[in-house]
Design a binder for this molecule. Structure first.
Ligand code: CP3
Length: 344
């Protein structure tokens, strides 16, 4: 069997419809919760390569996915730049604030950061444990999303970051520039450590007014992709601009992505019709449908498979798996996707 995910991203016909799920390693799995407890905190888990590799591989033991995504977090980048990062139970990430030029300049360039080295080590360990048909994905957050966490100090809202973006405050411009540069070297490091595909998460792209999207979503991601491809020509990239509705094709064109990941309230066939030939769509079953399971999930998944051909589609969710998803629902989802393969 070939690598179905890589095939779709490089314009080849896959043996079957590739599928993986965002947050496929995580709290919905009992074996994850056990290792997470052993590690101490979520960040400790990210930075212990043996344990991080173990939780990366856990979902692959249960499910025949086509991809594995390294267990880490988009906030590893600000952490490597010297931000004081903590994950607070039932609240999420808390970081030190960056809101002026002095604070931007005080951040480290993250060269040789131990945080990055740990993620590279995890990638090497995961790669050694993967079946040959499974593609290894590395990732980072897009500059806008990561900057917004650094500016707000948490994920709650983006009011200060939005104002800084709207006015193109010099310190904001400089923060984005620094994130572009560091993201390039982090992603290149991930490819050297074994990642075969990269995904860039712009989880808060939909919060920017459309008029600012070119400058703060398209441009920084395009610079990241260009920088990475200068060092590792041809590496396939998936870009996730969450919440941008009918803007996915423009994002693909601006960034030269090989695929765009699409949130659940957007019609995949509409995105596909707008995309340049050879660019694929990823998505977009609602995580709530996977959590509830049953016939609504099955018909939702079937409808997606009927709507887009498997040589231009990567089955995924519209966002990450919800914590209370019963693991057997994932088994049922994979069964229905596999049943549609023969009919494609
Ligand atoms: O399986 C995978 O998808 C790989 C690992 C992964 C995680 N986070 C693990 C994680 C990936 C790719 C991410 C990306 C990430 N992290 C994003 C972009 C994708 C998205 O969700 O929009 C964002 C915005 C973050 C920041 C982040 N990390 C938040 C806001 C939170 C807290 C919310 C929550 O779900 O608890 C995290 C924590 C986090 N990252 C968990 C996991 C498995 C839960 C941690 C735990 O075990 O308590």
């Amino acid at each position: 069997m070939g690598k179905a995910l890589l095939d779709v991203l490089t314009g080849k016909t896959p043996d079957r419809r590739p599928v993986w799920l965002m947050r496929q390693a995580g709290r919905y799995l009992a074996e994850y919760r056990a290792v997470r407890q052993e590690a101490g905190s979520f960040l400790d888990l990210c930075y212990k390569p043996d344990l991080a590799a173990e939780v990366t591989l856990q979902p692959l033991r249960r499910y025949d996915f086509d991809a594995s995504i390294v267990f880490a977090d988009i906030l590893v980048v600000p952490h490597a730049m010297g931000s004081d990062l903590k994950f607070v139970e039932n609240e999420g990430p808390v970081l030190s604030l960056v809101r002026n030029m002095d604070e931007v300049n005080a951040l480290s360039d993250a060269k040789g950061a131990w945080q990055f080295e740990r993620v590279y080590e995890t990638l090497g360990k995961v790669k050694a444990g993967l079946a040959p048909h499974v593609t290894l994905i590395g990732f980072c957050g897009a500059p806008w999303t990561v900057a917004s966490y650094m500016i707000e100090g948490r994920g709650s809202d983006r009011a200060v970051a939005l104002a800084a973006a709207a006015k193109a405050e010099p310190w904001f411009v400089r923060l984005v520039d620094r994130l572009v540069e560091i993201s390039v070297s982090y992603l290149v490091g991930q490819v050297k450590a074994g990642a075969e595909v990269l995904q860039v998460f712009d989880s808060w792209a939909g919060d920017l007014p459309e008029a600012l999207r070119g400058r703060w979503v398209h441009e920084p991601i395009a610079r990241v992709v260009e920088g990475v491809r200068k060092a590792v020509p041809g590496v396939p990239v998936i870009v996730f601009g969450r919440g941008i509705g009918n803007g996915h094709a423009a994002l693909a064109r601006a960034t030269h992505a090989n695929a765009v990941s699409v949130e659940q309230n957007t019609r995949l066939s509409d995105v596909l019709n707008d995309l340049p030939s050879g660019v694929a769509v990823q998505g977009n079953l609602a995580p709530e449908l996977l959590q509830d399971g049953g016939s609504a999930m099955l018909s939702g998944a079937e409808a997606i498979c009927r709507e887009v051909p498997m040589d231009r589609h990567i089955f995924n969710l519209g966002h990450g798996i919800l914590q209370h998803t019963p693991p057997e629902n994932v088994t049922a989802l994979l069964e229905v996707i596999r049943r549609t393969d023969g009919r494609a």
